[in-house]
Design a protein around this ligand. Sequence first.
Ligand code: C5P
Length: 306
Amino acid sequence: MSVEAHDDSAVIRVRVPAKLNVALHVGPLDDNGYHPLNTVFQAVSLYDEITATALPDGDVQVRTADAEWLDGPDHLAVRAARLLQQRHGITDGCRLTVRKTIPVAGGMAGGSADAAGALVACAKLWGLDPDPEDLTRLAAELGSDVPFSLLGGVAIGTGRGDQLVPLLVRGTLWWVLVFDEAGLSTPQVYRRFDELREGGLGPRELNEIDAELLRALAAGDAEALAPLLVNDLARAAVDLHPPLARTLEAGREAGALAGLVSGSGPTCAFLARDESDAIDISNRLAATGRVVRRVAGPVPGARPLS
Ligand code: C5P
């Protein structure tokens, strides 16, 4: 089908947030090469922006905002657009421009954000109005974190992290992110997690999410939440990238309530009491030469900007 309704001159812009895992419990590797998770996601105010414009011939192209062309068919945004074309019988194409702020291979679902953004942008560009559940199923085919990038807010994730239950929470939490020049490969971090567990280091089974943590989140109570933050992948991330241990220490020295490796790392997130505390912590961390960013959460998932 060729889409009659679309406007060739249309430019669709979609903003997609990064995520933190406030809790991340990891179970033993399953037969499909994945680990079962019990996690709590929070979307935070660090965004990638995906712009989609029409191409008439079915081609899908992707580039960064500074016009650098990215690897074609393997890019998650391209795979997202192709999947949508295929499932909806679309013969039109698109050019996707990705303005990145979320670090690549940083543990904040940067690649997943681009896939979620491409799904939302292309659906709008091609005049589709997919059922949210259908879009979530497509998202899960693209990657475990893509459904949450679509949804945003706060959610419990089970399965591979793709089965979501949204949580209603009050208030805003303030975080200071510390970026790392290095990237960490998610599969590699999971492999190291398996090795450490085999060596007796790490949880033997999949732990449940602490009810106290959910209560603290629901109440927006940073002080109560701080001691409950947990990430089973942190040890593996630090093992693969030892400077992370020093970063976590620096966050505590800078006055954070608690520090956390974000997902599979290496980005670290430090919880502040409130916005002004976050400013103080980020100033102190920036003074140590680290690249920092203050963010707040929760924020909505992938949304068109106009
Ligand atoms: O789902 P996604 O393609 O983002 O996952 C990338 C890799 O991360 C998987 O191939 C797997 O090695 C690892 N992974 C895992 N367990 C999960 C999610 C991801 O082992 N729940």
